[in-house]
Design a protein around this ligand. Structure first.
Ligand SMILES: [Cu+2]
Length: 440
């Protein structure tokens, strides 16, 4: 893991010929955060006793914000046109604020869900969130305009002196004219996503068949800062959960076969699922679900305590905002609903990559027995596992006879985490990052 920290990521656009808006042209704008050290080194130090001792387990703090994988990127536009901007935060850690000088934005899509158009001067995207906006260009090309983004430094345990959280780009009407001097964003007032209404007006999923409460926290695991969901740290198993779901017959509906540290929750076909996330940490976390868009039924402010129960969802919108990544505020909670109509094995995890590595994940196993009859695993997936010595049959421990015998399932973390390094160092050396002050 950890490859995307070092740049193995990029936007993929799925074009919809029937999109419910019109634009003359479109552009994709990526936002991200950037480190000046590579992920294996940062990761190893992050999950070390030295970091827990010296920095209370703080996450590595990015060195820069990027737009279009650079700074001062230029986006050429013509007057009197409507542009669709597809904006994605493909960063590792920091949420980002985004605005365009002199141009109001009309939000038309979030996380792949079309929404009723809503005007705003500023949006906020956590890592993994996407948003499409329309802008109308000016009637003349007399000047160029700045695009500004800023990392949300509230997410950092400390802000190192000299860190510039801002990044700029330019809407260029006339390449011969000078670029404006950009100003950092100083007023943080993004569009409130809870006011967004999906274009299809899908009704609030009212009758919940299956409620799952997940309480997330961090703890000192023998000197190392690790994350938990319901007091369990996610740890990869000998057999990946998808293969366990496909090869354990009717036992696949028993969460136990996936191993305790998979944090598995099994869903029945077409039930209405409610996930309640209680955040016991002192920081916001962007929770991301694979395979579904969920309705954000309700969400507390920071430090509200645990979800108090159904009364707190009484004023939920009749057509709640639907997306696949949601901020759960520090010390607060969020209530999410979706219909289990997409069989599969789906991760539900905080999208801060450092937190994934610390174990802040759960596994949603949806309709495993219908999956057994419908999913054919491509040969190259199986080969990829084989080449790495990863088993593809049986329970989490690789037991193909007694699926409830979990002896041998993985319940402890490797002592040193080097992420995706194929040939990790034999012992940890002092992280180069420390000397460069990656934590203040
Ligand atoms: Cu997190």
């Amino acid at each position: 893991m950890g490859q995307y920290i070092d740049g193995i990521r990029g936007p993929i656009t799925v074009h919809d010929p029937a999109a419910p808006y019109k634009a003359d042209d479109e552009m994709t704008i990526t936002l991200s955060d950037w480190y000046h050290d590579q992920a294996p080194d940062l990761l190893n130090y992050f999950l070390s006793a030295a970091n827990e001792n010296d920095h209370k387990g703080a996450e590595p703090i990015p060195k820069s914000a990027l737009m279009q994988d650079t700074q001062n990127a230029k986006f050429n536009v013509a007057p009197n046109k409507t542009y669709l901007l597809r904006i994605v935060n493909m960063g590792v850690f920091a949420g980002q604020y985004f605005s365009i000088d002199g141009h109001q934005m009309t939000v038309v899509e979030i996380d792949g869900v079309y929404v009723e158009p809503q005007k705003t001067d500023q949006i906020y995207l956590t890592v993994a969130q996407r948003c499409s906006v329309l802008i109308s260009t000016k009637s003349d090309a007399s000047k160029n305009f700045a695009i500004s983004a800023a990392m949300d430094t509230d997410m950092f345990d400390s802000v190192p002196p000299g860190l510039d959280p801002n990044v700029y780009g330019f809407l260029v009407y006339d390449t011969k004219k000078s670029l404006p001097k950009p100003a950092p964003i100083t007023t943080f007032a993004p569009l409130d996503e809870m006011t967004i209404v999906p274009k299809d007006h899908m009704a609030l999923l009212g009758k919940v068949d299956h409620q799952i409460v997940m309480t997330m926290d961090f703890f000192d695991d023998g000197g190392i800062n690790r994350a938990t969901v319901n007091n369990v740290t996610y740890i990869g198993q000998k057999v990946p959960p998808l293969y366990t779901a496909l090869t354990t017959g009717s036992s696949a509906t028993n969460p136990a076969v996936y191993g305790v540290n998979s944090n598995a929750f099994v869903l029945k076909p077409n039930e209405v699922v409610e996930i309640v996330v209680n955040n016991h940490d002192t920081g916001n976390h962007p929770w991301h679900l694979h395979g579904h868009n969920f309705q954000i039924v309700a969400r507390s402010a920071a430090k509200a305590g645990d979800y108090p129960g159904a009364a707190a969802t009484a004023d939920a919108a009749s057509s709640p905002v639907r997306r696949d990544t949601v901020t759960v505020n520090t010390g607060g909670w969020a209530v999410l609903r979706f219909k289990a109509d997409n069989p599969g094995v789906w991760l539900f995890h905080c999208h801060i990559e450092w937190h994934v590595e610390a174990g802040l994940s759960a596994t949603i196993v949806e309709s495993p027995t219908s999956l057994q009859g419908s999913l054919n695993v491509p040969w190259d997936h199986l080969k990829s596992c084989k080449d790495q010595g990863v088993q593809t049959r049986g329970n989490a421990a690789g037991n193909t006879k007694d699926f409830l015998d979990l002896r041998g399932a993985i319940t402890t973390n490797p002592k040193h985490n080097w992420g995706a390094l194929v040939n990790p160092p034999s012992s940890r050396t002092k992280a180069r990052s420390i000397g460069r002050g990656f934590v203040a």
